[in-house]
Design a protein around this ligand. Structure first.
Ligand SMILES: Nc1nc2c(ncn2[C@@H]2O[C@H](COP(=O)(O)OP(=O)(O)OP(=O)(O)O)[C@@H](O)[C@H]2O)c(=O)[nH]1
Ligand SMILES: [Mg+2]
Length: 304
């Protein structure tokens, strides 16, 4: 591509926990880059998804849901990741969950947008909204608080409204060289993607309290090429699941190892689909007390 005609746009995806930000990232990129679960505070760091269409490169930055009252250092780091991603943006897409009523927290975040920021309001999950009057009602409340560049009802899950979102984002592209190679889809390492896929499966299967205290560290990630032509190549992945208490460790392992087997089986399938190679996955569980307040672990496992 001729450098002079190249364009790019940095698009930061922001919102409260569980609004559907990571679902939106995955829909826009067409890849399962970010973990998605029904539990709030799934995303813990900024995750970049890159889409290059002809001369234009779109860099989408999925961020953790803003935690209004941070309870630990991990929460503080999450909010810092949002601030940083926000300052890099050509345009911010602010995602709200239309299956819930607007909250003080939602309105508080919107009030804090500055005049010089470009913000598009996305009314997400409209597939699940039965009374369509709620859409007009929400627009009325939120547009009084801030002058959005645009307001678009979407379903990040079904793709409804996403074409219009692409067209709207196009208005914010700038002449600029591409920041990433045109075939790159994310800035996350393969290890980090693998760790998120495993954590996603843990969050989906474990009851409410434990998932937030879980972290997954990848110890081994290496390909074994088949010695024979007819044989299959294998990706060996070994991971440690960190939890905060001995009692949690028991739950993660489950009766006679049932939970760990279930999570391992589901994670292996996600990994095989994503990396398109046979995966040999080994999981261990370790206790690291109060790791969400320990910088070393947060640095090594969450934000690497
Ligand atoms: N019905 C419906 N559900 C959706 C839609 N988008 C997301 N969801 C669901 O909402 C839940 C949260 O989605 P995520 O994408 O993980 O939300 P998030 O904003 O990234 O959440 P955090 O990372 O915790 O801040 C999941 O159960 C999704 O399947 C949508 O358009 N329609
Ligand atoms: Mg998320």
């Amino acid at each position: 591509m001729n450098k002079i005609t190249e364009k790019s746009a940095f698009v930061t995806i922001m919102g409260l926990p569980n609004a559907g930000k990571s679902t939106l990232l995955n829909t826009l990129t067409g890849d399962r880059i970010a973990a998605v679960t029904p539990k709030p505070q799934t995303t813990r760091t900024r995750i970049t998804g890159i889409v290059t269409k002809a001369e234009t490169q779109y860099v989408f930055i999925d961020t953790p849901g803003v935690v209004v009252t941070a309870k630990n250092k991990l929460n503080e780091r999450m909010n810092k990741a949002v601030r940083e991603a926000r300052s890099d943006a050509d345009v911010i897409v602010f995602v709200v969950d239309m299956t819930r009523r607007t909250s003080e927290a939602e309105q508080g975040l919107i009030k804090r947008f500055g005049e010089t920021e470009n913000v598009i309001l996305l009314l997400n999950k409209i597939d699940a909204v039965k009374e369509k009057g709620r859409i007009a009602e929400r627009i009325e409340i939120l547009s009084k608080i801030y002058q959005f560049q645009d307001i678009i009802p979407i379903s990040a899950m079904t793709g409804d409204g996403i074409d219009l979102l692409w067209k709207t984002i196009d208005k914010f592209t700038k002449i600029s060289p591409h920041f990433f190679p045109d075939d790159k889809i994310t800035d996350r390492s393969e290890e980090s993607l693998a760790s998120e896929m495993i954590r996603e499966r843990l969050m989906m299967n474990l009851d409410d309290e434990i998932p937030h205290g879980i972290a997954v560290g990848i110890e081994k990630f290496s390909e074994r090429l088949s010695k024979s032509k007819s044989g299959e190549d294998i990706l060996d992945i070994e991971a440690i699941i960190y939890c905060e208490r001995e009692s949690h460790k028991g739950i993660v392992i489950g009766k006679k190892g049932a939970m760990l087997r279930l999570v391992g089986e589901q994670a292996r399938r996600s990994l095989e689909n994503f990396f398109r190679i046979k995966v040999n996955l080994k999981l261990w569980v370790k206790v690291k007390e109060d790791w969400r307040n320990r910088d070393g672990i947060i640095n090594n496992i969450i934000t690497e």
